[in-house]
Structure formats: C-alpha cells, structure tokens
Design a protein around this ligand. Structure first.
Ligand code: NAD
Length: 407
C-alpha cells in the first residue's frame, strides 16, 4: 500500500556518504567491520528489517525476490509481529533489534519503525557497523539529523532514506523529458496533496499526527524530493499552516473508535525557491474531504510537464509543448518495482565501493526543507535553507533492480 492510495481512499553521486562508502573510517574495529568489508565481500548483500508494521509487506514482497539482496532477519519490539512477518515472507530469522544487529551477515538494515524512533534505531545500526536504509523522514529535527549524518561519516557507513520513488519508471520518464530539454529551462512547479487524512485506514495512525509526521513530514518527502530532482537544491521557503481539529478518531483495526491528539499542523502551504532559479508552490494537507493527490506540474520556457504521482514508481508523463494542439502522453520507461528498489541500489553501491543513487545528503536536505517550512509558518517569515545537494543522475532506461548482478 502506498501513502497516496491509502490516504486518498483506501552514474553515481559525490556526497559525504559517497566518500564514507569509498573510504571506511576504521576497518580494524569490530564496530566498523561489516561496513568496511562491503566492497571486499562478494555475492548478494545481507539485509535485516527493523519494524514489521503496515509498510513492511510492500518492502518484503520486493526484497524477497530481488536477487542482489537476501533478507535474513526481521526485528520488532513486538516479537510475535516480527515472527509472523518472517514466517509469511520466508525469512529465516526474527527477534529483537539486538539479535539482528549481532548478525554478522547483515550489512544493510532497513529501518521501518515510526518517525520518532528513526534516529535512535539508525544510531544503533551505525554503532554495529552496518548501513541504514530508512523510511522517511530522515529525523525529526536538524540537530539529531546532523548527529546522525556525522555518525555515518565517522563510521564509514551510509544512512540513506526513502523516498526512492524517483528511481521508478514514472518519475524517471518525467525527469528524462525535462533533462532532454523538451520544456527548456524549468521555471515553476505546482504540487498538491490533499486528503481527509490517513486515520480512516491506518490501524495505528497516532504517529501520523505526531511530531515528525503530519502531511508535511509524512507526504512532503515525495513531492519535495521530486522538486529537488527537477530544480536542484532549495534556498528559501515561505509558508503558512493550519490545524483543523485538536483530536481525531481511529477508523479501522482493533483500536477503531479511539480518539487521539493531533500534535502538528494538518495543512501547510509553501512557496519554495531554488538555489539555481525557479520556484514552486506546494500544498500538503490532511484537511480536505476532496481527495486530490499526486499532482506535480512543472512549467518551463517552452512547455509544461505533468508528472505521475511522486508516491508511485509508475504512471504516464504528459507533455504540453508550446504550440501543440494536444498533450503528448509518454508511457513510463524503466523499472516499476516499488519500495525496496533503493535498497538494491545501495547493495550494489556497497559492493562497488561507490556512492548510491539515493544519497543520505538528499534526505538530509529534504528534512532541512521540511523543518524550514514548519519554522516559516510558525514565525510568519521566510526561512533560508542552508543545506544543499545535487540532483541524482538519470538512470539508464534498462536499469533493473530484479537483475542479478552480484552472484
Ligand atoms: N503505511 C504506509 O503506507 C507507509 C508508506 C510509506 C512509508 N511509510 C513509513 O514507514 C514507516 C513505518 O510506517 P508503518 O505504517 O509501517 O508503521 P506501523 O506503526 O504500522 O509499524 C511500525 C513498526 O515499528 C515497530 N517499532 C517502533 N519502534 C520500534 C523500535 N524502537 N524498535 C523496533 N521496532 C519498533 C512497531 O512495533 C511497529 O511494528 C514510517 O516512517 C512511515 O512514514 C509508511
């Protein structure tokens, strides 16, 4: 299940991470042994999953068929839940986080815990000398994000964070259209995500209305990551926010009918400016009874591109070229595998000793942008964004996460 569906109704980079991957800090300490070994080991990369909740099914359905990775263990604070997912997906081990981290063949840990636990769990993984692929957001604030980034560099490991949707055929095709010059220079973007909110379908939706979520931090990463891929890094944001209700009611599962507090704004509207020129307007809302999601349009000098949903890995692109009577529809070209795609890319990058295509610096920048949008709305003034990152290179059309490249 994707966020959008659920909410609506039921060539390598040079980053700090890259350097860290290429030159592990200290190969002699037990803590860094696994990460340091990555480029010297051969064969598929061992993966452990922490967090056996709603989204783990989608990850496991892909990770258990991609030949370049082997899922070896699932951990959760809810041990029966971890065991049930291990049995369902044929994963050999399950148990506690400590047991997972002690597993010597696990090199990447996929962190599918709730946002409030992301940094604490990721720090534990780094301390065990393993690489992290995490669900969004990177962290809840700049301070803990910076500590995590610094810890990764010091340990010679990578902290990469979703979304990886831009590796999918849909967004790759849209990005290729722009990078091929079909609309000239991109000038402005318009993005819209509005829904009634996810409490109707998620059985434990409290975290989606707590610090680290709300529509800005839960859904914003898909739209903001896409905008950064189009325009490059964000330099300044100006925003407003609102909160429709102080409490909401769980709509499904064993806790249905339970009221819970809404801790964060449920609507943000942002004006976003980019370092290299261009701007975008974005709405992130859990306040509309009219579901309208997945809207991304980029207008350029000579045309407008309508993107597919940035929370999906597939979908057509439409090009409205200047002077053309009809839009041109471009079917998605590339991989339509979903979540877990970025984990395979990370696995291959570890073996190759190079940076991966969803670098930690990207999620760090997107987190910085989201925090800046929240601050701008609180203070009623523009906020300058200090972090930066380069867009990732376009993938070759035939790139395939299901190909066996590490056997
Ligand atoms: N549900 C979706 O549709 C969806 C889609 C995309 C991304 N995500 C992201 O995935 C992450 C998880 O979402 P979810 O919907 O699966 O949540 P969930 O509440 O269903 O599952 C989270 C799991 O993590 C476990 N957990 C929490 N803290 C832990 C800790 N410290 N150590 C070990 N286990 C711990 C919980 O027991 C639970 O089983 C979130 O960051 C969310 O933003 C969710």
């Amino acid at each position: 299940m994707t966020d959008t569906a659920a909410n609506a109704a039921p060539a390598d980079t040079t980053t700090a991470d890259t350097a860290a991957n290429a030159a592990p800090a200290d190969a002699t300490t037990p803590e860094s042994a696994t990460a340091a070994d990555g480029a010297r080991r051969t064969g598929p990369v061992g993966v452990g999953v922490i967090g056996a909740g709603v989204i783990s099914d989608q990850y496991l359905s892909n990770l258990t068929v991609f030949p370049d990775v082997r899922v070896l263990f699932i951990a959760d604070i809810d041990l029966p839940r971890a065991a049930a997912q291990a049995e369902k997906w044929g994963v050999p081990g399950s148990g506690t986080v400590e047991e997972l981290l002690a597993h010597n063949d696990i090199e990447i840990v996929v962190n599918l815990t709730i946002p409030a636990a992301h940094v604490e769990v990721a720090q534990q993984v780094l301390a065990a000398g393993k690489h992290v692929w995490g669900e969004k957001p990177y962290a809840l604030d700049r301070e803990s994000a910076t500590q995590l980034r610094d810890a990764a560099v010091a340990a010679g490991t990578t902290v990469s964070v979703a979304p990886d949707t831009f590796l999918g055929a849909g967004l790759q095709t849209a990005l290729r259209t722009i990078r091929d010059g079909r609309i000239g220079a991109p000038l402005n973007g318009l993005t819209l995500f509005q829904s009634p909110g996810p409490e109707s379908w998620h059985p434990s939706p409290e975290f989606l209305f707590a610090v680290g979520a709300g529509p800005l931090f839960d859904i914003g990463p898909y739209y903001l990551t896409t905008l950064v891929q189009v325009f490059g890094p964000v330099s300044k944001v100006t925003a407003t926010a609102s909160k429709a209700r102080a409490t909401r009611v769980i709509g499904s599962g064993p806790k249905a009918g339970t009221e819970f507090p809404v801790e964060v704004p449920t609507n943000h509207s942002a004006l976003i400016e980019f370092e290299g020129g261009g701007s975008a307007q974005s709405v992130f809302s859990f306040e509309s009874t009219r579901g309208r999601t997945g809207f991304v349009e980029i207008a350029g000098e000579t045309g407008t591109v309508v993107f597919p949903d940035p929370n999906e890995f597939d979908g057509d692109t439409e090009l409205y070229a200047a002077g053309a009577e009809e839009p041109e529809t471009m079917p998605a070209v590339g991989s339509t595998y979903s979540r877990g795609t970025g984990v395979v890319d990370l696995a291959r990058s570890i073996r190759a000793g190079v940076g991966n295509r969803v670098p930690g610096a990207l999620a760090f920048h997107v987190l910085d942008v989201m925090v800046s949008i929240a601050e701008s709305a609180e203070r009623g003034e523009p906020v300058l964004v200090e972090s930066t990152v380069d867009p990732s290179p376009t993938l070759p059309e035939g790139w395939d996460p299901a190909e066996s490249t590490l056997a």
